[in-house]
Design a protein around this ligand. Structure first.
Ligand SMILES: Nc1ncnc2c1ncn2[C@@H]1O[C@H](COP(=O)(O)OP(=O)(O)OP(=O)(O)O)[C@@H](O)[C@H]1O
Length: 963
């Protein structure tokens, strides 16, 4: 027994050494470049094939072949990738999601290239570099780990590496050549990949698809080491491998046997699931790159052309028709990615799992082998399978609630690999499950027609989900998750819904694929497919149903028309390039054609860009018009309010009176509304008018006060003489509640950021929080907005305790917010940005969109321009309009003047003041003391996590402030 233990340990150490090498390579590349190299396994396979080519095919001696493979080819692959794929991306801004897509592209490209060059079949004659005896391999691992540790710790290069890892931009400013460090990281990472490949190849099947996946399964080792510690990676690799080896000794009988066997054979997959789903996410950064999810405009007539192209196969016969049967089915699978990735912005590298489950369940149900369910006719089996798989979408949907970017990629990849190993690779699934087509549709032509029908249904479902309220909410989540949450979108449930719908569509497509070939083939739903499909949908227009159809046709057609692997290579090349072209490949092709045909780019400028240009022109004119208002407004004395109004809202029993001030130089300003806007019948609306928000020129009377009376029934009258302050934004809700914080405490580790903070944000008042950097202002703001939960204390809205409510729920109660860093939805038009706020806000008020647009002068050409690329001042207005469109009762503004010029600040001040006059409770966190003095009724000064002073602005800031 002792010797068996010893032998199994040795076997485990041998596998563990290869895993440790992979872990070391992944960590070093990640540390040097910030990229988790998904192509690591593919590089390993390329090197293994190359060594075999040198030695077996060309008859080279082993060691020269190994030296060329490992010391020349492998590092060169890394250098080429760094120079031509990842360095250009770093130059463009180093978006981690873009590099993730590129590394998946490299994976797909290398796997496809390997299949093209060496065929798709497995080889079992790979040369053995080191004997199965693990000691040699272990020695290599230890030597590599020690060398990396020594270089990192004691050499100049190591210091440079650490500097780049800490802060790349700072390191570059300090004179360090970050590209050289990255190149070295890539070269070393590729060397370890090559070494893993040639060491593993003799002991596993050398094939283009299976082996890269096998190598990538051990990414768990690097994740468990938090992409940081080499000793932890080596220990985890060896530990898991030895445990996996020892598990083969256990032979329990009964139900546990297959489970234990599956776990024993796939302990690295279990480790991957734990590392990706249970441990905190690594590299938890943003979602997908914009180019990956950019809405691709559909050229006129494209759907007609697509329809005709999809009808062409009806004229095919024989093998061609049989092949064509795969296209609609794959189209349905890819539509699932349009929902999840294209519209929802969620990375999903596990979609093949859902397609495979759909196929497997359909086959099992039709064969009467599904537990507890009777055998069903094929159509019913497909339907039930879809219903059963849909909730399993939570497997990836749940991790997506808290994970983004790389962490979500790993989680979904882990689920895909887990399902593949623990479900698809089990005897019941691999023992040849056949599947018949529905009666009446047995022939390929008839079945193709049935598929077209199902594809149309899937297109309709996708269309419904991408249009309207849900579609806008999904796009908002994709564009800016916190912004969406602040607008009131229920982000977690929407993500779950996207993944569940995606799983259902994938299951439908998977079942159709299986019926097409009349069998369940586990290889057709391999996790590598997930990567290929994801890359295909990203490069061919993620947020485009037409793109999904094109991708399906491309994947099936290219492989059928040429050699297997060509489609993979094409998709890989496109995915590698996707980050290089702003707007994605379509835009690049379109621009290229435009240049070729007309020699001028603008001639084919899409409508959105044209609108943007119009808007830019308009925006500058607009700012010009605002100039005088800003200049005048900025000079107003503190403590005085101009443009006073008296409003009565009998219906609500509210009377607020503000007496006006003196405007010393208002003569240059905007003429006031002589007659304040009567309130409409909808007295609940906060945003009722926009009389002169956009006018900034003219002659005023210099001084004066305005009065206005409005009734809740809309019959109000008003009189006024102007000072130019006449922004009327609607009526206050008489019952507008206060937002109150009591004894808020929050610690970041040992550091106390909030220490017993009390704060009241009252209706009709502007409260401001000021203080030095690090005082705790933002932390307090986040506690009020719901993005942070205090350790102790309470936040109340009126009588309601909202301390534990998330941000979107607070928005729906009427607490809107804006962000210091703009949080607009760049792919959406200005009007749609505002519409999201109206649809998800406190009250669904269809008129609120137009009112908010008018109030912020966004109702001209700018309304239909995509938000991406608009000037900061315009985007601030968009964000405010979105916040107001939800009819908030409390408005929280985090440094609202950031990025605005003085004219824009003055215009903003006017609108905010009017909102407060209208009954909204405003809280402003602001560094600009002039603005605070101009605007705030009450100022709270924070220092070291406490509110140290509170009072009227001129008391707290001094009478000179704001002059
Ligand atoms: N996530 C965090 N982890 C640890 N410390 C944090 C975190 N966020 C903020 N802090 C620290 O808490 C303190 C308060 O930060 P906060 O951002 O609330 O201050 P602030 O007054 O808004 O500063 P600024 O005006 O510079 O934005 C600071 O010392 C900051 O370094």
């Amino acid at each position: 027994m002792a010797s068996l233990t010893y032998d199994l340990t040795l076997a485990g150490l041998s596998v563990g050494s290869a895993a440790a090498l992979t872990g070391i390579g992944l960590i070093v590349t990640y540390r040097a470049t910030g990229v988790l190299n998904f192509a690591h396994g593919a590089i390993a396979v390329v090197c293994a094939y190359l060594l075999r080519q040198f030695t077996v095919e060309w008859g080279w001696p082993l060691w020269p072949g190994a030296v060329v493979t490992l010391l020349v080819v492998a590092p060169s692959i890394g250098l080429v990738l760094e120079r031509f794929v990842f360095r250009p991306l770093a130059v463009l801004g180093g978006d981690p999601a873009q590099t993730l897509v590129a590394s998946i592209g490299v994976f797909v490209l290398l796997v496809g290239g390997t299949a093209l060059l060496w065929g798709q079949g497995a080889r079992d004659d790979a040369p053995t570099l080191l004997a199965a005896d693990p000691w040699g391999q272990l020695a290599v691992v230890v030597a590599v780990a020690v060398a990396v540790g020594a270089v990192t710790r004691w050499t100049r290069f190591g210091r440079e590496l650490r500097a780049v890892v800490d802060d790349r931009s700072l390191a570059v400013l300090g004179g360090i050549d970050a590209d050289r460090v990255a190149a070295a990281g890539w070269a070393f990472g590729s060397f370890t990949a090559g070494l893993t490949g040639v060491l593993l190849a003799p002991y596993v099947r050398l094939d283009p698809y299976g082996m890269p996946l096998l190598v990538m399964e051990v990414v768990a080792v690097a994740v468990a080491a938090r992409m940081r510690s080499l000793p932890v990676a080596v220990l985890v690799a060896l530990g898991v491998a030895v445990a996996q080896s020892q598990l083969t000794r256990l032979h329990p009988s009964g139900w546990a046997e297959p489970l234990l066997q599956a776990v024993g054979a796939n302990l690295f997959v279990v480790a991957l699931l734990v590392a990706a789903l249970v441990l905190p996410g690594v590299g938890d950064r943003d979602a997908l790159p914009r180019t990956a999810t950019a809405r691709v405009g559909t050229p006129a007539g494209a759907w007609t052309v697509a329809l005709l192209l999809f009808l062409i196969p009806l004229g095919f016969a024989g093998q061609d028709l049989h092949t064509a049967v795969q296209v609609p089915a794959l189209g349905v699978v890819l539509l699932s990615l349009v929902v999840v990735t294209g519209r929802g912005g969620q990375i999903s590298l596990g979609q093949a799992a859902y397609a495979g489950l759909g196929a497997l369940f359909t086959a099992l149900l039709a064969a009467g082998r599904f537990p507890l369910l009777p055998d069903l006719p094929a159509p019913a089996a497909l339907l039930v399978a879809v219903l059963l798989v849909a909730p399993l979408g939570l497997l990836t949907g749940w991790p997506a609630i808290h994970r983004h970017g790389l962490a979500l990629a790993l989680a979904t990849f882990a689920v895909g690999v887990g399902v593949s190993r623990f479900v698809f690779a089990q005897p019941y699934a691999t023992s040849g499950l056949s599947l018949s087509r529905p009666p009446g549709f047995e022939g390929d032509r008839a079945y193709y027609i049935l598929e077209l029908g199902l594809l149309c249904l899937a297109l309709l479902a996708t269309h419904a989900l991408r249009r309207g309220r849900t579609g806008r909410a999904l796009a908002a989540v994709r564009d800016h998750e916190s912004g969406a949450s602040a607008a009131g979108v229920r982000v977690p449930s929407l993500k779950l819904a996207a993944f569940v719908t995606g799983a259902a569509l994938a299951a439908l497509g998977g079942g159709m694929l299986a019926m097409g070939v009349r069998a369940f083939d586990p290889a057709a739903y391999d996790p590598v497919r997930s990567l290929l499909w994801f890359a295909a949908i990203v490069v061919l227009g993620a947020d485009s149903s037409l793109g999904a159809l094109a991708a399906a046709a491309l994947l099936v057609g290219l492989d059928a028309g040429t050699e297997g692997g060509v489609a993979t290579v094409v998709v890989g090349v496109l995915a590698v390039l996707v980050g290089r072209f702003p707007g994605g490949p379509y835009e690049a092709v379109r621009t290229g054609f435009a240049r070729l045909l007309h020699g001028a780019r603008h001639e084919l400028t899409p409508a959105g860009a044209r609108a943007r240009e119009r808007v830019r022109a308009g925006a500058s004119a607009d700012v010009g018009r605002r100039g005088p208002v800003g200049a005048r407004g900025g000079a107003r004395k503190p403590g005085t309010r101009v443009g006073t109004s008296v409003r009565e809202v009998p219906g609500r029993g509210t009377t607020r009176t503000q007496t006006g001030g003196h405007e010393p130089d208002a003569g240059r300003g905007t003429p006031a509304k002589a007659t304040p806007q009567p309130l409409g019948p909808d007295t609940d609306a906060h945003v009722a008018g926009d009389t002169d928000a956009r006018t900034g020129t003219g002659t005023g009377t210099g001084t004066g006060t305005g009065t206005g009376t409005a009734t809740g029934t809309g019959t109000g009258t008003g009189t006024g003489t102007g000072t130019g302050k006449g922004v009327t934004v609607g009526t206050a809700t008489a019952t507008a509640p206060s937002l109150r914080a009591r004894r808020l405490r929050l610690r970041y580790g040992e550091f106390t950021a909030l220490d017993d903070v009390d704060l009241d944000v009252l209706p009709g008042r502007v409260s401001a929080v000021v203080g030095p950097n690090g005082a705790g202002k933002s932390t307090l703001f986040h506690c009020l907005a719901g993005t942070l939960r205090p350790d102790a204390g309470q936040v109340r809205l009126g009588e309601r305790d909202i301390t534990r409510l998330p941000a979107h729920a607070r928005t729906r109660l009427g607490i809107a917010r804006t962000f210091q860093q703009l949080a607009v939805f760049p792919s959406m038009s200005v009007a749609d940005n505002v519409r999201v706020g109206a649809e998800q806000g406190r009250v669904a008020d269809p008129g609120a969109v137009e009112r908010a647009l008018r109030l912020f002068a966004l109702d001209g050409a700018v309304r239909s321009a995509p938000a991406a690329g608009l000037p900061t001042g315009t985007l601030r207005r968009v964000e405010l309009a979105r916040a107001l469109a939800g009819s908030p009762r409390v408005l929280l503004l985090d440094e609202p003047s950031a990025g605005l010029d003085s004219a824009e600040v003055a215009a903003l001040t006017r609108v905010l003041r009017a909102l407060a006059d209208d009954g909204t409770a405003l809280l402003v966190v602001e560094h600009d003391l002039d603005l605070v003095a101009e605007l705030a009724d009450v100022v709270h000064v924070m220092a070291a996590g406490r509110i140290v002073t509170s009072g009227p602005a001129d008391h707290v800031l001094g009478p000179e402030a704001g002059r």
